[in-house]
Design a protein around this ligand. Structure first.
Ligand code: FAD
Length: 479
C-alpha cells in the first residue's frame, strides 16, 4: 500500500467519486490535488462566471476534505510537471482521475497518461462525469448518433450503476506537500460584479445535494408541466453543479428513481426530467464524435450563411438586455445578474440573435461561455447549433421564435419579465410582451413612454424573420 495522487478536475465531490474511492481502497495515503492550467483547455478555458464558481467550489471541497482529516492541494500547471513534481515529493506510485470528454482535455489527458506511465507511475482514469461514455453507444450502422430520439431509446435502456458513498477518511501523509493559496489562481472578479451570483448559488457538494433534494421533494412531480415556465421554480437548476461534478449524474438519476418509486420512466415528471439529463449525455456524445462542432456548424452549408454586415450595436443591445423585446431582455438580464438563464429563454434569445439579428451563433456561444455559471462546451455548442438550425437534430431553420408570442405563452402572468425588467412592472399583462403597442391613455396611467422608459424593438420581427429566411434560402439554393 503506497501513496496515490487523486487529480481532481470537474469532479469536485467526495461521494460517488470513483477515482477517489479507488485511491482510498488501494492506498495507505491519498493526496488530492487540483491543478490550475487554463491554457491547456484553450480556446475554451473557463470564462468569468465559471471561474467564480470554481473558486467557491474548490473552497468548499477543501473544507470537506479538511473535515475528514485530509487536504486539497492546489498547484499551478503545466499539469504534467505539477503531477510529476508532486509524485516525487510524496513518493506516490499512482495517479488517478475521472475522465472528461472535451477535445482539448482528452488530448491533454492522453498525453499526461502516456507520460506518467513512461516514468513508471501507475496512471488510471475512471468514468464519473457521464452515465454512458461516448464510445459505448452506437447506432445500428455502428455510427455515432446524430439524432437524440434513437440515442435516448438506446441509452435509457442501459443500466445505471448505483452511486457510491464518500470513502472513509484515509491516513494523511506524514508531511503534507506545499499548496499554493487559492487566491493565486485569480478566479474571483476584481470589479465585484458577483453580488447576484452570490445571492443565487451555493457552489459545492453540500449546495448541490441540497438543490437535488429540494427538486425531488417539490418540483419533480410538476416538472413536465412547469419546466417551460421561466417565472416558476419548475426546473432543478442543477446544471452548474453537474458541470463541476459536485453531484454525479448517477446520483441524480437514482435520486429521481427513488422519488418516482423505482419507475422514473413511467412517471411523467421523472421521464421528462431524465430525458433532459439524456440531452446532457447526447451533447457530450456529439461533441466527442464531432469535435469541430464547438466552432463550426455541423451542417457545412451554414458556414456560407450571409450574416449581417456590421451588427456591433445590435450585439451590445442583446448582451445588455436592451432589444425592446421583454422576454429576450429579461433572459439576458437574468444571465448577467445570476449567471444562469432558463432553458426556454435560452432558446428564444439564441434564436433572436441568430435569426432576427443575423449575428453568427458563435458570438452568442462566446457570450454565454463567459457569463453562464454552467457554461459547458458540449451543452452550449449543441444548444446554439440546435437553435441556429445548423446542428444535429436541429430545430428546422424556418422555425423563428416570436418573442412576443413566446412571452404570452410561457410568461402569461408576466412574473418573469416583471422581475428582470422592472421598468415594465406596472404594465398590464395585455401589453407586457409588446410594450410598444401600449395605448396613449395607458401610457399616461402607467407613466410609461415607449422608447424612453424602455427601448422600442431593435428590429421589426416580421421583416427580420423574412431576411433570415431569405438567407437560409440562399445557402439552400447553393447547397
Ligand atoms: P433541468 O431542466 O432541471 O434539467 C436537468 C439537467 O439536464 C440540467 O441541469 C442539464 O445538465 C441537463 N439538460 C437540460 N436540458 C439540456 C439541454 N437542452 N442540453 C443539454 N443538457 C441539458 N446547458 C448547460 O449545462 N451548459 C450550457 O452551457 C448550456 N448552454 C445552452 C445554450 C443554449 C443556446 C441552449 C438553448 C441551451 C443550453 N444549455 C446549456 C441547456 C439547458 O438550457 C440547461 O442545461 C438548463 O437550462 C439548465 O437548467 P436546469 O439545471 O434547471 O435544467
Amino acid at each position: 500500500m503506497s501513496t496515490a495522487l487523486v487529480w481532481l478536475r470537474r469532479d469536485l465531490r467526495l461521494a460517488d467519486n470513483p477515482a477517489l474511492a479507488h485511491a482510498c481502497a488501494h492506498h495507505a495515503q491519498v493526496v488530492p490535488v487540483f491543478i490550475w492550467a487554463p491554457d491547456e483547455e484553450a480556446p475554451w478555458a473557463p470564462g468569468a462566471a465559471s471561474r467564480w464558481w470554481l473558486h467557491h467550489s474548490l473552497a468548499a471541497l477543501a473544507d470537506a476534505l479538511a473535515a475528514r482529516g485530509s487536504r486539497l492541494l492546489l498547484r499551478h500547471g503545466p499539469t504534467l510537471q505539477a503531477l510529476l513534481a508532486l509524485a516525487a515529493e510524496t513518493g506516490a506510485g499512482a495517479v488517478y482521475w475521472n475522465r472528461l470528454y472535451e477535445p482539448a482535455i482528452t488530448a491533454r489527458d492522453s498525453a499526461v497518461k502516456a507520460a506518467l506511465r513512461a516514468t513508471g507511475l501507475r496512471a488510471e482514469s475512471f468514468q464519473a462525469h457521464l452515465l454512458w461514455e461516448p464510445w459505448t453507444l452506437a447506432s445500428g450502422a455502428g455510427e455515432p448518433y446524430r439524432v437524440f430520439t434513437p440515442f435516448w431509446k438506446a441509452a435509457s435502456r442501459a443500466p445505471v450503476a448505483l452511486p457510491r458513498p464518500a470513502p472513509d477518511a484515509r491516513p494523511a501523509p506524514a508531511a503534507w506537500p506545499a499548496s499554493v493559496p487559492l487566491a493565486t489562481f485569480g478566479l474571483l472578479p476584481r470589479l465585484g460584479w458577483d453580488t447576484g451570483l452570490r445571492a443565487a448559488w451555493t457552489p459545492g457538494e453540500t449546495g448541490a445535494l441540497a438543490r437535488l433534494g429540494a427538486f425531488t421533494d417539490a418540483a419533480l412531480a410538476r416538472y413536465r408541466d412547469e419546466r417551460d415556465r421561466p417565472g416558476r421554480a419548475g426546473v432543478s437548476r442543477l446544471s452548474p453543479h453537474l458541470h463541476f461534478g459536485e453531484v454525479s449524474p448517477r446520483q441524480v438519476w437514482h435520486a429521481v428513481t427513488t422519488a418516482c418509486a423505482g419507475a422514473p420512466l413511467e412517471h411523467p415528471g421523472g421521464e421528462a426530467f431524465l430525458r433532459e439529463l439524456g440531452w446532457r449525455e447526447f451533447a457530450h456524445h456529439v461533441l466527442f464524435h464531432f469535435p469541430h462542432t464547438a466552432e463550426q456548424p455541423m451542417q457545412e452549408r451554414f458556414a456560407r450563411y450571409p450574416w449581417a454586415a456590421d451588427a456591433t450595436a445590435e450585439l451590445a443591445a442583446w448582451q445588455r438586455g436592451r432589444t425592446g423585446y421583454p422576454l429576450v431582455d429579461a433572459g439576458m438580464r437574468e444571465l448577467w445578474t445570476s449567471g444562469w438563464m432558463h432553458n426556454r429563454v435560452r432558446m428564444l434569445v439564441a434564436s433572436f440573435l441568430v435569426k432576427n439579428l443575423r449575428i453568427p451563433w458563435q458570438q452568442g456561444a462566446r457570450w454565454f461561455w463567459d457569463t453562464l455559471v454552467d457554461a459547458d462546451l458540449a451543452a452550449n455548442s449543441l444548444g446554439w447549433q440546435w437553435t441556429a438550425g445548423c446542428g444535429t437534430d436541429a430545430a428546422p431553420y424556418f422555425r423563428v421564435f416570436n418573442p412576443q408570442r413566446q412571452g404570452e405563452q410561457f410568461d402569461a402572468d408576466g412574473r418573469y419579465v416583471r422581475r428582470w425588467v422592472p421598468e415594465l412592472a406596472a404594465l398590464p399583462e395585455r401589453w407586457l410582451h409588446a410594450p410598444w403597442t401600449l395605448p396613449t391613455d395607458e401610457q399616461a396611467r402607467t407613466r410609461f413612454v415607449p422608447g424612453l422608459s424602455y427601448p422600442r424593438p431593435l428590429v421589426d420581427f416580421a421583416a427580420s424573420r423574412a431576411a433570415a429566411l431569405a438567407g437560409f434560402e440562399a445557402i439552400r439554393a447553393g447547397a
